[in-house]
Ligand binder design. Structure first.
Ligand SMILES: Nc1ncnc2c1ncn2[C@@H]1O[C@H](COP(=O)(O)OP(=O)(O)OP(=O)(O)O)[C@@H](O)[C@H]1O
Length: 309
């Protein structure tokens, strides 16, 4: 099921929490919704899940508009809200049964669905425990199970790994990746590595507006520009090495990184690579290379550049 968001605006009083955003998610895609605190991620997810209405714009899910068919849309959406509110005094099975009834799953199918969810979300060992007795990671699994119980085509997960320890984070990410093979998923986070590890595509929002829409690879390419290399050279005097590298036609700048270890940062002219010429120059001058590695623009740097005011 495709999601089409068109010119969406949501205000809280005078503040535009979401400001004229448009994007699409194709069926089967896992989209990472990334932005700093207060960017408008939760607000957008609540609109998509039909919990709040926008002032302007529309969202079409499988062709249905949120304005005209919110009830139809809700049947196709599984939503895991931020902070995952659960009924603490129910055990897992009773809680999931309660949610299944809310979704009006036919009585004769409920038992099968419950067992399915317990299996998919890895809850077998804990299924008779009260929710308040569960670790945070297991509570998050219960949250995923409640979002999935009516077998929705679309899963909307608001910061699903917040508050988990590193092992739990890896487990929940793996679970999401597995689920993402069969469903369209939108996942919000303010952690870049998380989105990169789990998602096919990344949408960065800031101050309620979309600032980037693409794959991690595309973002890197866009920001990369010129080739930048970290170069270590020995077997010669440092200023001599500096000059010989600077003499290479494709080299635009050479900077010292570490004088003692003879490390340089070498930047080439646009669309040029200096790797072969550096190698040839070192051989011709009887220098030897101790290190030659491309310096990648970190996604964190791109994110910071795009989202700091
Ligand atoms: N119910 C509300 N009433 C008033 N303002 C709100 C309400 N909900 C959100 N806001 C404001 O709208 C803006 C966007 O909030 P939102 O929760 O959508 O951001 P977010 O990207 O999910 O942030 P976070 O990563 O911190 O959860 C914020 O400035 C927030 O204070």
């Amino acid at each position: 099921m495709d999601i089409v968001v068109e010119h969406l605006t949501k205000r809280y009083g005078p503040q535009k929490a979401v400001d004229n955003i448009s994007f699409r998610v194709k069926a089967g895609e896992v989209l990472g919704f990334l932005g700093p605190n207060g960017a408008g991620k939760t607000t957008t997810m609540k609109v998509l899940s039909c919990f709040i209405s926008p002032e302007e714009g529309d969202v079409k899910i499988g062709g249905y508009s949120i304005h005209e068919h919110p009830e139809k849309i809700k049947k196709h959406i599984g939503y895991l809200p931020e902070n995952n509110p659960l009924y603490q005094d129910m055990n897992i099975i009773d809680f999931l049964e309660f949610i299944a009834k809310i979704h009006e799953i036919p009585k004769h199918l409920i038992q099968e669905r419950l067992l399915d969810m317990v299996k998919v979300c890895g809850l077998e060992g804990e299924k008779h425990k009260l929710i308040r007795e569960l670790s945070k990671g297991y509570q998050q699994r219960v949250g995923l199970a409640q979002a999935l119980i009516h077998d929705p085509d679309i899963l909307i997960l608001d910061e699903p790994t917040t508050g988990l320890d590193p092992n739990q984070i890896v487990e929940i990410r793996e679970l999401i990746r597995r689920i993402g093979k069969e469903k369209t998923v939108i996942l919000s986070s303010h952690i870049l590595a998380e989105v990169e590890a789990t998602c096919d595509r990344i949408l960065i929002i800031n101050n309620g507006r979309v600032v980037v829409d693409g794959t991690a690879e595309e973002m890197r390419k866009q920001a990369q520009g010129n080739e930048i290399l970290k170069l270590g050279v020995s077997g010669g005097e440092i200023n001599d090495i500096f000059e010989k590298i600077m003499d290479i036609d494709s080299v635009e700048t050479v900077d010292f990184i570490d004088f003692e270890n003879q490390l340089f940062e070498v930047q080439s002219y646009p669309d040029m690579s200096s790797i072969k010429a550096i190698f040839d120059t070192c051989v011709a001058n009887k220098f030897y290379i101790t290190e030659l590695t491309p310096i990648e623009t970190k996604l964190e740097d791109i994110f910071r550049k795009l989202t700091t005011h």
